[in-house]
Design a protein around this ligand. Structure first.
Ligand SMILES: [Zn+2]
Length: 116
């Protein structure tokens, strides 16, 4: 399952951050997930809840924010927001655009815990 391996990689990354900063745990994490990333936020949340037991993030809140889909127009060079189904330029309506964001998952922020 795709989301389970993403969740495990995320927990590995969090464990690394905790070690690096001599923290004792993680209290909250915020992820930004683009609609074109192929990651289903609800499935990722379920996978995370399942795999975080006995890890540094056992009690961490998971906040998932949707990332905007943004395209750069090859005709008029405008940057605009698009929808996942229609990657057209909002300025000139042409479809010769390049995707700038919307297909990624970013670890936006991590709140570390220190002390007992
Ligand atoms: Zn355009």
């Amino acid at each position: 399952m795709h989301e389970l391996s993403i969740s495990r990689a995320l927990l590995d990354q969090l464990a690394g951050l905790v070690r690096q900063h001599n923290a004792t745990g993680v209290s909250a994490i915020t992820l930004c997930i683009g609609p074109l990333s192929g990651i289903e936020p609800a499935l990722l949340r379920a996978a995370y809840m399942q795999s975080r037991k006995q890890t540094v993030a056992e009690h961490a809140d998971l906040i998932i924010l949707p990332a905007a889909v943004r395209v750069l127009c090859q005709e008029c060079a405008a940057v605009s927001e698009a929808t996942p189904a229609r990657l057209t330029c909002a300025a000139c309506a042409c479809s010769r655009t390049r995707l700038l964001s919307g297909d990624e998952m970013l670890l936006e922020s991590v709140d570390l815990e220190f002390g007992a």
